[in-house]
Ligand binder design. Structure first.
Ligand SMILES: [Zn+2]
Length: 502
């Protein structure tokens, strides 16, 4: 986590393989899914299919029966990723290769002794497009810094080959029926993205003659980014474009719902088209028999409240807005109808019952709230922890000491399975993320104290010494963070000056 500003990312080509078990039961097919390593920046800790970014050299491979060069490059990249991640080699001419020979080939590739095209050439192996059934392409929604245009292929695992999870990008993997895998998601045991869930649902209905048609039956399977993202059941993330801080471009609005009721967190967009898109989603959920119980604000920042009035008006004006008293007293444009405070419990009637415990977690803002669903292991973290970019602690709303206390409190919660933050994708390795946040702040603080003691006393001077990894464009923000650290250090008596800073 750094304050470095990154330009909004270009969409990169990627490919993934949905590997079907050899001779699997078509009525209840088994697939190989993997758990991505917690260490990965992109979707760390998520359950997914093997795959990754296309290399330039993937296009140099001659793929038989490929309809065009683009498809050939995607198939080549998908096959390479499958080989690198699971040791499974989907080639012709390699049927006689022993397991040991495949391992040595993989070593040639991984060590860089041979490129993927050279390796295939050298061993007279070739790829055939007929082994790879196209199952759609999905584009990462724009709320993420890393975006991919990922082609999915269904592939039968070749005879006498068994996937082996190779240490590195993956933390695990297993054969599982699509139905059971989907059940694991339904019972809150895994975190996954829409294309994974779509594949599991589609395959759970069996390998039928119209399987590909079903895979391609939705616009998202043709490159239109999904708007509703359900990293976990009952929690829809609906990113809306907002005037927020780079690298984020969107704020995550959450629709927490069950059969009868829903809560809407942080409808933050001031833009009419985005408000309209959200309203359509809400209307659809209402038409399925739910009522909107409340609009809830995690905190007062404009990128979290910018669409509240429009949504309230759209819903007829009588849906209450709830927030912490510190938020209510500072907001002028938005009227808060109900105050909520630490330890309140919000219960949604209907099926399944959902209990959200309110946590007052100041630091980023005085009235900042998080919401904890202990049973499901979900924590809505607002802007205290985000899936993209960094959290600004800007005094006087921002306070570094209370922020660190809030992080410690979140760290102490039992059974956290996922963090849903105000920006960026879900965080599937919650404790690791919170630890990173805490240690990052403490490291900065040590460096700031050191700089202060060696004579740099103004935030500007300290930033120049300490924030050497941060673009000069971000220095103004960094100065605010330094100010927050200095306030904390002064309160703790570590600056050797009195309360008034004299
Ligand atoms: Zn904020």
């Amino acid at each position: 986590m750094s304050e470095r500003l990154t330009p909004s990312a270009a969409i990169k080509d990627a490919a993934a393989i949905i590997l079907l078990r050899q001779d699997t039961d078509p009525a209840n097919p088994e697939i190989f899914w993997v758990k991505r390593s917690d260490k990965l920046v992109f979707l760390g800790g998520f359950h997914a299919f093997p795959g990754g970014q296309i290399d330039a050299s993937d296009a140099e491979v001659n793929v038989r029966n490929a309809p065009n060069p683009e498809t050939a490059a995607m198939i080549s990249g998908a096959a390479r990723e499958l080989f690198e991640e699971l040791g499974v080699l989907v080639v012709h001419g390699g049927e006689a290769l022993t397991k040991g020979q495949r391992v040595s080939l993989l070593d040639d590739l991984e060590s860089g002794r041979m490129s993927w095209p050279d390796l295939l050439d050298h061993y007279e192996l070739h790829l055939d497009a007929l082994d790879f059934t196209y199952a759609g392409r999905w584009v990462t929604p724009p709320f993420n810094a890393r975006r991919f245009d990922t082609w999915f292929f269904l592939v039968n695992c070749p005879p006498r080959q068994e996937p082996v999870v190779i240490d590195g990008e993956l933390a695990g993997g297993e054969w599982i029926t699509a139905e059971l895998a989907y059940d694991r998601w339904l019972s809150d045991q895994v975190v996954a993205v829409p294309p994974t869930l779509h594949a599991l649902r589609t395959l759970a209905a069996g390998v039928t003659p119209n399987l590909v048609e079903r895979f391609l039956s939705i616009p998202h399977a043709h490159g239109e980014p999904a708007r509703r993202i359900t990293f976990r059941p009952n929690y829809i993330c609906f990113p809306v474009r907002t005037p927020t801080r780079p690298p984020a471009t969107h704020t995550c609005c959450y629709l927490v719902h069950n059969s009868k009721e829903m809560l809407i967190f942080d409808p933050g967009s001031p833009y009419e088209d985005e408000q309209q898109a959200l309203a359509e989603c809400v209307d659809e959920m209402i038409s399925e028999g739910r009522r909107v119980r409340e609009i809830i604000l995690t905190h007062l920042h404009p990128d979290h409240v910018g669409g509240v009035n429009a949504l309230k008006a759209h819903l007829g004006g009588d849906v209450p807005v709830a927030a912490h008293a510190e938020t209510a007293s500072t907001l002028s444009e938005v009227q808060v109808d109900r105050l909520i405070e630490d330890n309140d419990l919000i219960t949604l009637g209907g099926e399944p019952q959902i209990n959200l415990r309110v946590l007052h977690t100041p630091g980023h803002a005085r009235g900042h709230l998080c919401f904890h669903d202990e049973k499901r292991g979900v924590l809505l973290t607002g802007d205290n922890i985000v899936g993209l970019g960094s959290v600004l602690i800007d005094p006087p709303q921002g306070n570094m000491r209370t922020y660190l206390d809030s992080l410690e409190r979140m760290r102490s919660l039992p059974n956290l399975g996922v963090l849903l933050g105000g920006h960026g994708p879900a965080i599937a390795a919650p404790y690791k993320k919170i630890d990173e946040y805490i240690s990052h702040r403490l490291e900065r603080e040590r460096n700031i104290l050191e700089a202060f003691r060696s004579g740099a006393t103004s935030p500007k001077e300290i930033v120049a010494k300490v924030y050497t990894d941060v673009s000069p464009k971000a220095h103004a923000m960094a100065e605010r963070a330094v100010l927050a650290h200095l306030e904390k250090l002064r309160d703790e008596g570590l600056l050797g000056i009195d309360e008034n800073g004299s």
